[in-house]
Design a protein around this ligand. Structure first.
Ligand SMILES: Cc1cc2nc3c(=O)[nH]c(=O)nc-3n(C[C@H](O)[C@H](O)[C@H](O)COP(=O)(O)O)c2cc1C
Length: 393
């Protein structure tokens, strides 16, 4: 692994919150808030993080652990610790390296990467950037014919799983975005952009790299027949007509021969339905608090879903993971691995690939330290006996 640049090393960057601060300094407000914010009152966004404090550890003291084994296996992919990089749309706005840089950092760390449909880089280039496992996250933007084109390309490029997000029948109302001029940044006339330009000029490093990269990227994996790649400005409207139903999952099972991961499950009933429709794994997720505000924190519903799944599929979870101890708590409650969202995206926005590498290095070291402090020799040995779970859960 490469040496950490000084700007990302301790004592400047000690945890994920430090990377968030660095991202906030580098990005114009419109891009930072797009990454950082959530839907409406942001109750679910906050609760996703806070809920980890409700659960405390029960360490087994005075245990020597010569070798600590952090490895796990998800859908035949070996991971060096139980984390997968979640799909993050518009990554290329955060840093020109975008999805390619994140995939390369995932490979370097021995983790899997999930590419969002809303990607500024071609899926083939993302695949080339990582020899490790890469999954393709599907939205039905543009309809089934467009999706078939992307799925075919993903299969040929060697993506090993299809992640179908079911919590986005419309885009959530992220109130920071209209206030900051997100729509105007992505499209619109120069006159409509004018009120929002000062935030760009106060972030010249980001602005320069954005301009050199060619400005607002096209969505290279949403190719409309006869028209070419969709532009970013059209995607919100297109998402509103892209609801995924169980009937779509059945159709996807017919055209994608690899494993299907259903992302966005929050109840036992939907978990059972996903398995009945053939999902190989499910992700307990509320989209990082960006869709339905008032949806429960994911850690809280994880035990209900794990019980319903009863070992018939891998259960993954995401939302609010900012420390390795959060990962350990989720594993103790029955998750096979977590998906990291903002935790790595802050690193990407702060410094491109080295920033993602630093985020993953911090989280890996956290997981190992937490296991040793718990007196637990391996991730596979974690269970609920290492936790105090509040009575009111
Ligand atoms: C900026 C941003 C963009 C996202 N884009 C997508 C996406 O394109 N597809 C998707 O399924 N989930 C998307 N998500 C949700 C993440 O995959 C993941 O569920 C969420 O970030 C987990 O919460 P966390 O950020 O608190 O870790 C996005 C999240 C963020 C923060």
């Amino acid at each position: 692994m490469r040496r950490t640049p000084r700007s990302l090393a301790s004592p400047r960057i000690v945890n994920i919150h430090d990377l968030r601060h660095l991202a906030k300094r580098r990005l114009p407000r419109v891009v930072f808030d797009y990454l950082d914010g959530g839907a409406e009152s942001e109750v679910t966004l906050r609760e996703n993080c806070r809920i980890f404090d409700d659960v405390t550890f029960r360490p087994h003291q005075a245990v020597a652990i010569p070798e600590c084994d952090l490895r796990t296996r998800v859908l035949s992919a070996d991971l060096t610790f139980p984390a997968i990089l979640a799909p993050i749309g518009y990554s290329r706005l955060m840093h020109p390296g975008g999805e390619v840089a994140a995939a390369a950092a995932a490979e370097e760390a021995g983790l899997a990467y999930t590419l969002s449909t809303i990607s500024g880089h071609k899926l083939e280039n993302v695949r080339i950037a990582s020899k490790g496992p890469v999954w393709y996250q599907l939205y039905l933007v543009g309809g089934r014919e467009v999706a078939e084109g992307a799925i075919d390309r993903a299969r040929r490029a060697g993506f090993s799983a299809l992640v179908v997000t079911i919590d986005t029948p419309v885009a959530g109302m992220r109130e920071r975005d209209p206030r900051n001029g997100m729509k105007e940044l992505l499209g619109g006339s120069i006159f409509s952009k004018l009120p929002f330009l000062p935030q760009m000029f106060t972030h010249p490093r980001w602005l320069l790299s954005f301009l050199i990269d060619g400005g607002v990227p096209k969505l290279e994996n949403i190719v409309i027949p006869g028209k070419g790649p969709m532009s970013l400005i059209d995607v919100t409207a297109a998402l509103a007509q892209a609801v995924v139903t169980w009937e779509d999952i059945r159709w996807l099972k017919r055209i994608w021969t690899g494993p299907i991961v259903v992302k966005g499950v929050l109840t036992a009933d939907d978990a059972k339905r996903a398995i009945a429709e053939g999902a190989a794994a499910i992700v307990v997720s509320n989209h990082g608090g960006r869709q339905l505000d008032g949806a429960p924190a994911t850690l809280k519903v994880l035990p209900e879903v794990v019980a319903a799944v009863n070992g018939q599929a891998d259960v993954l979870m995401d939302g609010g993971v900012r420390r390795g101890s959060d990962i350990v708590k989720a594993i103790c409650l029955g998750a096979r691995a977590v998906l990291l969202g903002r935790a790595y995206a802050f690193g990407l926005a702060a410094a491109g690939q080295p920033g993602v590498t630093r985020a993953l290095e911090i989280l890996r070291a956290d997981v190992e330290r937490t296991l040793r402090l718990l007196g637990c020799p391996s991730v596979s040995a974690l269970n609920s006996s290492y936790l105090n779970i509040p009575n009111h859960w």
